[in-house]
Design a protein around this ligand. Structure first.
Ligand code: BGC
Length: 919
């Protein structure tokens, strides 16, 4: 960097400190492929920072050597830089670490800096390795049973191959980078040590379009002299069982797993070396007799090959690996963080249920697997682990809802003193594990290992109501369990597909819970890969031939809604730029097939308002509402990008809205079908002008009220009901729905001990027991999409409709209005969120005649604050009457005539508002 020294921008601490530096939404990514990555940061205000302090300028400089010359230096740019800066310097060199520093100048003067780095991956044409495999023509498809052994159902799957190769390093390298991918799953070791901590790598993409590779820094593992590279492969999504097509392992992509790897070594004398996969590698079968995501994994310790992953092992008896393919054109750098083991659960309870059988309750439904320490397992003896989400009436595992997913792991002993068994190439959705084959089971020997894509937690929510607190807990576990390389519907049965509607409805909640920008950047590409040439978005992404088809209203529309929402949350226009053509093609497709603007044809397997209760919402109503919404958001996306298509799509959206009204809405605001979801879609998507929206809103409220109050929505309506009722100034109804514990309701499952969100409102009932096992998951996040309102509504942490990346906040806590009416609703709530600008914090608390709100507005943001008290109350901010408080501007009350809430504007800073009833 030009002027040397890391202090040069830091003249004095004035209190705006950049932190959480990201490159393409990831922290210090290794091996990026993007030529113009986005460099972004958040800001934290120091204690002495004056209110209203905001960033006014930034500077980013990028250098290979942190003390050397700049590779790119923006110089001081008079802009907030709030949503990051796209790299625009000279081309980035491959396999190069770039250090970067951001300096932010604040309005209050002074500047502060922070540093980070990113590293580029392989350059164009640098893949020279080949896809290799164990000789697939010679491999027994199914492992035959050992002599005298009980038959082992290997589900038609072959043993996992081991692949190894040794190489000599003339000296200790200064830098070693390993680039790896698989058609299948891989685990790679260097000299006996595991490289990295990615699980289920390389993750799931449509391997016919795109295969991500991962990069590992293995500098510490490579040494002078002999070294060994050792890889275990498994079928995974590539050649294992995928989705509900369970008879056909290997039907979707390939039939045997393959590896590609390239190790780049840089030596201190400037020389370099590359070791890649080719026919010089050696292959054999290993101890894994089969491994499959749905079926489970069998580890037969008798086949353990001791020392195979270290140098000096004699692989003379092994076969030569075979080159399966040399096409590297589909390999791309990863854009997301991998799945990792991100938590551990000790058993909550262990019950002995048979002479050699124990039932372990982890107290939490989750996705992952069991780690089990087993002592003295005799050769050939088996320990079998079965997994389930629930228990049957008789206390045994309830597995029928897993359908054909065997979800069974097996360990076969060879007489070792101790074996730590943790399957590596499978995962299950479960709370209970049944362990058979051990007379005793000590709690210290059993651990639940939680697996999911590494999406850093960004939000926190809590409130005084234990039921709602529990609901939020369950929602977060639904998210953890189902963000496994792709956003899946469920983690347990033979499905686990990236259903588009599920992802679309849950996205707003997901974005508040965690930083999912990189995760969805990857999945957005999966959706694009899956679009058919005529513009049809799939119903699941990655798309599977013959599974789920395409184009269902609300499902296909996720191709439009998801990028739009990501843009609004993260402010990264690339979400729109990469999807805009696809969005347009989708909207055009619907238009082409429905020239009268009522979406009736080209609806795929129309799922309507999936799993709603009672009277169904007419299919054309659902579809046409989504058509209008997609056209509208395509127009908005085009407008953001300055694209000429904006007006055309805006006009189309207006026409579809008009057609919707003509076809389905009567003069008194009644919508055909007269269901909650019909009104919710029309109101949430702003399809109705005021004179119709008004009565339609009243009708919705009446429907909800008359029913109980009770909801009847399915997947498409459920995420809208709280925000829409709230927008109608009926938070009382939202609280009534939220507080309800009868079926159907969000809290009903708690009565049956739910620790995650169920797929169906009535997954289990007192009268009927389990719902039909053909479709009854206890870990589906869609109905948890109310989680968004817990942050936005109940706690009151939101952004204005036109705001992007939380630049303009709306802080509008929603206890029952007015607060002196006491009810069952919470007496306090709080939410915190790591927004792209920095931390937002809201906490409110009320008692009779008193309301307090603590608020943190991040640097550079503004906020409209609604205190749910009349203006006649005594309102103070800190020690001052609110009218005199620095940085607080009173802007009125809402509704203006009724003066029920007190509204003011503030900007960056910390605030404490205290309102008291005056008389
Ligand atoms: C999945 C859903 C999905 C639906 C489509 C189900 O099998 O589990 O979550 O959205 O099919 O109707």
């Amino acid at each position: 960097m030009t002027e040397g020294g890391s202090q040069r921008h830091s003249q004095r601490s004035h209190g705006l400190r950049p932190y959480a530096l990201r490159c393409d939404h990831r922290t210090t990514p290794l091996g990026i492929g993007e030529s113009a990555p986005l460099l972004s940061w958040r800001l934290a205000a120091g204690e002495k920072t004056p209110r209203g302090n905001a960033p006014v300028a930034y500077r980013v400089d990028v250098a290979e050597d942190p003390d050397g010359p700049s590779h790119w230096d923006t110089g001081r740019v008079e802009d907030t830089g709030a949503t990051g800066v796209g790299y625009a310097g000279p081309p980035l060199r491959p396999r190069t670490r770039y250090h970067w520093r951001v300096t932010v100048w604040a309005a209050s003067g002074g500047a502060e800096s922070a540093e980070s780095w990113f590293e580029t991956g392989l350059g164009e044409g640098e893949w020279r390795a080949s896809w290799i495999a164990r000789d697939w023509t010679a491999v027994d498809v199914v492992d035959p049973p050992e002599e005298g052994e009980r038959a082992l159902d290997s589900h038609g799957l072959s043993p996992s191959p081991l692949l190894r190769r040794e190489f000599t390093a003339p000296m200790t390298p200064v830098r070693a980078r390993l680039y790896v991918s698989a058609r299948g799953l891989y685990e790679v070791r260097v000299n006996g040590e595991r490289a990295g901590d990615a699980e289920l790598a390389p993750g799931w993409t449509d391997y016919r379009h795109r295969i991500q590779y991962q990069a590992y820094d293995v500098t510490e593992l490579v040494r002078e002299g002999a070294n060994a590279l050792a890889v275990t492969l498994a079928d995974g999504w590539w050649s294992g069982y995928v989705g509900f097509d369970p008879r056909r392992a290997g039907a979707h992509y390939g039939t045997f797993p393959q590896l590609i790897a390239q190790l780049h070594l840089d030596y201190p004398d400037g020389s370099a070396d590359v070791v890649g996969t080719d026919e010089t590698w050696r292959a054999a079968r290993g101890p894994i007799r089969y491994a499959d995501l749905l079926m489970g994994e069998c580890h037969d310790a008798r086949y353990t090959v001791d020392g195979w992953d270290r140098p000096g092992f004699d692989d003379g008896g092994w076969e030569a690996a075979r080159v399966a393919d040399t096409d590297t054109s589909l390999l791309v750098a990863s854009v997301d963080e991998p799945v990792r083991a991100l938590g551990e659960l000790p058993p909550a309870e262990i019950r002995k249920v048979g002479p050699e059988t124990h039932l372990v309750d982890f107290g939490q439904n989750f996705a992952g697997r069991v780690r089990l320490t087993v002592r003295g397992l005799a050769p050939g003896r088996r320990v079998v682990l079965r997994h389930a989400e629930a228990l049957d009436e008789d206390g045994s595992l309830y597995v029928t809802n897993l359908r054909t997913a065997a979800a069974t792991d097996v360990l076969i002993g060879r007489g070792d003193d101790t074996v730590v068994f943790e399957p590596r190439f499978t995962y299950h959705g479960f709370r209970y594990a049944e362990v058979t084959g051990l007379p005793e089971l000590d709690a210290a020997d059993v651990t639940g290992v939680v697996l999911h894509s590494d999406t850093p937690w960004a939000g926190a929510f809590d409130c005084s109501d234990p039921g709602v607190r529990r609901l939020h807990h369950n929602i977060t576990w639904g998210q953890r369990s189902n963000f496994v390389s792709v956003p899946t519907d469920c983690p347990q049965r033979d499905e686990r597909l990236g259903w588009l509607a599920d992802a679309q409805v849950f996205l707003p909640t997901a974005c508040l819970n965690a930083d999912v920008a990189a995760f969805f950047a990857k999945w957005t590409r999966d959706v694009l890969d899956a679009q058919s040439p005529d513009g049809g978005f799939p119903n699941v992404a990655p798309r599977l031939a013959g599974v789920a088809d395409e184009g269902a209203p609300g499902w296909g529309d996720a191709g439009v809604l998801v990028p739009w929402h990501l843009y609004r949350v993260y402010g990264d226009e690339r979400f729109l730029a990469c999807s805009l053509d696809a969005m347009g093609a989708w909207v055009d497709l619907i238009h082409r097939h429905n020239p009268d603007l009522i979406w009736r044809t080209k609806v795929g397997p129309h799922f309507a308002d999936w799993l709603s209760l009672g009277r169904p919402t007419p299919r054309e109503v659902v579809a046409t509402a989504y058509f209008a919404r997609s056209a509208e958001l395509t127009a908005r996306a085009a407008r953001v990008l300055g694209d000429g298509r904006a007006d055309r799509y805006a006009a189309l959206a207006a026409d579809v809205r008009r057609a919707f009204i003509e076809e389905f809405v009567s003069a008194d605001g009644r919508i055909e079908g007269d269901t909650q979801t019909a009104y919710l879609l029309a109101l949430a998507f702003e399809l109705l002008p005021g004179e119709l929206a008004d009565p339609a809103g009243k009708r919705l409220a009446a429907l909800v009220e008359e029913a109980g109050p009770r909801l009847s929505t399915g997947f498409l309506g459920v995420g809208l009901i709280a925000p829409v009722l709230d927008g109608l100034d009926r938070p009382d109804l939202v609280h009534a729905l939220l507080g309800r514990t009868e079926q159907p309701s969000w809290l009903y499952p708690l009565r049956h001990g739910a620790t995650t969100i169920w797929e169906r409102w009535d997954g289990y009932t007192d009268e009927g027991g389990f719902q039909a096992p053909a479709m009854n998951s206890f870990n589906h996040y869609a109905l948890g999409s109310v989680g968004e309102w817990l942050y936005r509504g109940l706690a009151g942490l939101d952004q204005a409709p036109d705001s992007v990346a939380y630049g303009d906040l709306v802080i509008r806590p929603r206890p029952f209005t007015p607060p002196e009416v006491s009810g069952a609703e919470p007496s306090w709530a709080e939410a915190a969120y790591e927004s792209p600008r920095g931390r937002i914090g809201v906490r409110w608390e009320r008692a009779d005649g008193r309301f307090q709100l603590d608020l943190t507005v991040p640097p550079g943001a503004t906020a409209t604050v609604h205190l749910p008290v009349p203006r006649t109350w005594d309102v103070r901010e800190g020690d001052d009457p609110v009218g005199d408080a620095p940085g607080v501007e009173i802007v009125g009350s809402e509704p203006a005539a009724e003066e029920r809430s007190f509204v003011c504007r503030v900007s960056s800073g910390e605030y404490r508002f205290l309102a008291r009833r005056t008389e």
